[in-house]
Design a protein around this ligand. Structure first.
Ligand code: GLP
Length: 244
């Protein structure tokens, strides 16, 4: 595990974007696992900026997103499909056919999840997986549970996640109660995992996930045993750990 401490959100975003940039330079047809949430927005913004300057080319890149709310159409302003297009895909030269996000509007959970695992397999697995972290330690939408759910699955969102994500909706009632998420297996099989975290509100969970016991009750704790895991976080998010 490597921890990169940054001064602030912009610095975190730039450093994380640099790691993605290096990946794409080293392997122009890389498979990037992508994440949503407020934290990676700055990372996408930086990548778009570099793309506009001609410093990065996404024409051969393939992406697989971590998750999607179940029941939201793509056009819904809070769907992760919409988020990814507004924040990233619409601004770079990625091929539409190379973008993969679980189909949240298809209610056939078994079909959606099986198809998504097939996609991850058919693209050859993930070279670099970008992750944020939920307040309860979730990654993607792998919520705290009694076992690590390995494959793509449909999950019930915890109250803590609904509470945290309601800031994006008109009110709490509108937050979908379920989501499709990539499982722990695909995340752990990614060659490199890059987590971004910022702000004091993430300090407790970062400490618990990365220095507490490895347990499905804190899904991100599994990353402690990933062979190439990098956390890029600002000082506030690292304030509860002894960085030495
Ligand atoms: C959502 C996403 C996660 C993300 C988490 C944290 O629940 N499914 O992938 O890591 O939010 O989001 P934020 O970065 O806004 O704190």
């Amino acid at each position: 595990m490597k921890i990169i401490s940054t001064d602030n959100y912009d610095d975190m975003s730039k450093k994380a974007a640099n790691i993605i940039l290096s990946q794409v330079i080293m392997k122009p047809n890389a498979v990037l696992g992508l994440a949503t949430g407020g934290t990676p927005v700055g990372t996408y913004k930086q990548l778009v900026e570099w793309y506009k300057k001609g410093d990065i080319d996404f024409s051969e890149v393939t992406t697989v997103n971590l998750d999607e709310y179940r029941g939201l159409p793509r056009e819904h302003k809070q769907s992760y499909w919409y988020f990814m297009h507004i924040n990233f895909f619409n601004h770079v030269n990625i091929k539409k056919s190379n973008i993969h996000i679980p189909d949240g509007f298809d209610m056939d959970a078994q079909k959606v999840c099986k198809e998504y695992d097939n996609i991850i397999q058919s693209v050859g697995g993930i070279d670099l997986q970008l992750l944020g972290i939920g307040n309860d330690g979730h990654i993607g939408f792998n919520e705290p549970a009694t076992v690590f759910e390995t494959n793509t699955h449909c999950t019930d969102l915890t109250n803590s996640t609904i509470e945290a994500n309601k800031r994006f909706f008109e009110n709490g009632e509108e937050v979908p109660r379920q989501a499709y998420t990539m499982g722990i297996k695909a995340i752990m099989q990614a060659k490199k995992v890059l987590m971004v975290a910022n702000g004091e509100s993430k300090a407790d969970i970062i400490n618990k996930a990365l220095f507490g016991p490895v347990t499905p009750e804190v899904p991100a704790s599994i990353l402690q045993i990933h062979p190439d895991f990098i956390l890029v976080a600002d000082k506030a998010a690292l304030s509860k750990i002894n960085v030495n």
